[in-house]
Design a protein around this ligand. Structure first.
Ligand code: HEM
Length: 538
């Protein structure tokens, strides 16, 4: 016996079962009183002042005054769409997650975004793109909150406010840096050289996607999966676009920012409305869950590192099709709230220090952005699995919870701890051994290599991609006012590759520094190039 029932429609009070659809033969107030006039305020005579007693005027203006909510502190600019995910069943051997069983179809909502721009900023700026997916699974919601680049700027979430402060508009002039990064961004990434790998991705064509439909997506972190037999594996998630990866040229991106700042949003919605449904395959790289949590010498907990696909192939596990545009942008795209802790049974976290910090940050920010603790009741955030929590009250409580004993066990509402027989659907925290080492504010030594994978990326590019990267660094660094920051970033480029460094130095009219030591001996990964790849067929 469940002691409480969620009734978000308010049906128990006798209210209509559907939310106010703003349709009907006549206009009413929010209280349902029929209106005679909504175009004239109530005045003391035709020329007189407006009367305070005009409730309709005050209700209409007050509600309007409060229409805006805070934009997301990052990823404020975005667009979203509904779709369906169909599992191939190929992940069944590594995870017990029901939505990954063969043939299973799960409704999804995806939000794409830029990171740095404000809500009204242009789409085609040079930036990382968010690729966040909400799977409304039968076993609870799964949020895969990824980006279009497989690595991140920092290795520890405690630095997130710092990198974002360095990259957001300057505090004095509020001039955005997404298009023309200035001193603070380059100051940060040249001082925190762990950021160099993500930065070379940003300077590559991946920083200016042609369309959301032509972006790869990455879960970035390593996750832990648990199968029916109780075995675990470490995995990385990849989205592969059916159309292949394509980018704009810098000149196209610049022009589009002026001509059509909504270019990506329009492209997504036009494609869906024309029936050209965007598609991706979801894939995983699977690694043995060893105590070291490494693969081929790569630390799987370091979010600035990839595992090249040549070493661990991406195995397709399902297909995503986006087939429906939002009905109301605010209700769906603006109010959707993703969280990395929204995991179904069979998928678990790892100790990646960026992942761990993100597990705190999203709910915390959403408590402010969505005004209180009940935003999981907003339609776009409602799980499709049955909900029987013991959460009560709070701002914007939509449910009329029945029962008097929201605690378990209890002897008043007939509440047993858990319904018998349901255990196999329950979430299991994988009992990973926690380090017995002393508490410390430090990274493992394996996080210290900041250059070899930036070099791997550079060496994997085709000639035209290399040319674009050189031009992007030169353009962006030319925007720095301070010579010492340009010189410091050139020293970082020297440790990535002498040719890259020399070309950018020439463009800036500066001497090319020498590498600080021997360069990493890395084999190129052709899969990193956009050119000459094969993409998922039908
Ligand atoms: C928002 C991805 C790192 C804090 C987002 C969004 C995405 C994303 C896609 C937009 C979600 C949406 O569409 O609503 C990532 C990735 C990361 C990363 C892939 C690294 C691998 C971090 C870190 C923090 C952080 C380290 C903080 C410690 C936030 C916050 C938001 C956000 C506060 C706004 C959420 C909201 O207002 O609903 N992130 N992020 N992110 N991210 Fe991250």
């Amino acid at each position: 016996g469940a002691p409480e029932t969620r009734t978000p429609t308010g049906a128990e009070t006798g209210a209509p079962a559907t939310a106010n659809g703003q349709q009907g033969a006549y206009l009413t107030t929010a209280q349902g009183a029929r209106l005679r006039d909504t175009d004239h305020s109530l005045k003391a005579g035709p020329r007189g002042p407006i009367l305070l007693q005009d409730h309709h005027f005050r209700e209409k203006i007050t509600h309007f005054d409060h229409e805006r909510i805070p934009e997301r502190v990052v990823h404020a600019r975005g667009a979203g769409a509904h779709g369906v995910f169909t599992a191939y069943g190929t992940a069944e051997r590594v995870t017990r997650a029901g939505f990954l069983k063969k043939g299973k179809e799960t409704p999804v909502f995806v939000r794409f975004s830029t990171v740095l721009g404000s809500r009204g900023s242009a789409d085609t700026v040079r930036d990382t793109r968010g690729f966040a997916t909400k799977f409304y699974t039968d076993e609870g919601t799964f949020d895969l909150v990824g980006n279009n680049m497989p690595v991140f700027f920092i290795q520890d979430a405690i630095k997130f406010p710092d990198i974002i402060h360095a990259a957001k508009p300057h505090p004095d002039r509020e001039i955005p840096q997404a298009q023309s990064a200035h001193d603070t961004f380059w100051d940060f990434v040249s001082l925190h050289t762990e950021a160099q790998h993500h930065t070379i991705w940003n300077m590559s064509d991946r920083g200016i996607p042609r369309s959301y439909r032509t972006m790869e997506g990455f879960g970035v972190h390593t996750f832990r999966m648990l199968n029916e037999a109780g075995e675990t594996a470490l995995v990385k998630f990849h989205w592969k676009p059916k159309l292949g990866v394509h980018s704009l040229t810098w000149e196209e991106a610049q022009l589009l920012n002026g001509i059509d700042p909504d270019f990506h949003r329009r492209d997504l919605y036009d494609a869906i409305e024309a029936g050209a449904y965007p598609e991706w395959e979801l894939g995983i790289q699977v690694f043995p869950d060893t105590p070291e949590e490494t693969f081929a010498g790569i630390d799987l907990l370091d979010p600035t590192k990839i595992v090249p696909e040549e070493l661990a192939p991406v195995q397709a596990i399902g297909k995503l099709v986006l087939n429906r545009t939002p009905t109301n942008f605010f209700a769906e795209v603006e109010q959707v709230a993703f969280h990395l802790g929204h995991l179904p049974p069979g998928i678990d976290v790892t100790n990646d220090p960026l992942f761990q910090g993100r597990l705190f940050s999203y709910l915390d920010t959403q408590l402010t952005r969505l005004a209180g603790p009940n935003f999981h009741q907003i339609p776009i955030n409602r799980p499709h699995a049955p909900v029987n929590d013991m959460l009560r009250d709070g701002f914007h409580q939509d449910a009329v919870h029945a029962g008097v004993a929201p605690y378990r066990p209890n002897s008043l509402d007939g509440g047993n701890p858990f319904p018998a027989g349901d255990a196999e659907h329950a979430f299991v925290d994988v009992p990973v051994t926690v380090s017995e080492a002393p508490k410390v504010r430090a990274n493992p030594a394996s996080f210290d290599d900041h250059y070899s994978q930036a070099r791997l990326f550079w060496l994997s590019m085709s000639p035209v991609e290399k040319e674009h990267i050189i031009r992007a660094y030169t353009f962006e660094l030319a925007k720095c006012y301070r010579q010492e920051i340009r010189e410091r970033q050139l020293r970082a480029l020297a440790d990535i590759d002498p040719v890259l460094c020399a070309e950018v130095a020439t463009g800036l009219g500066l001497p090319a520094p020498q590498p600080s030591g021997p360069l990493a001996d890395v084999a190129p990964s052709p899969a990193l190039s956009q050119v000459g790849r094969e993409w998922p067929a039908d």
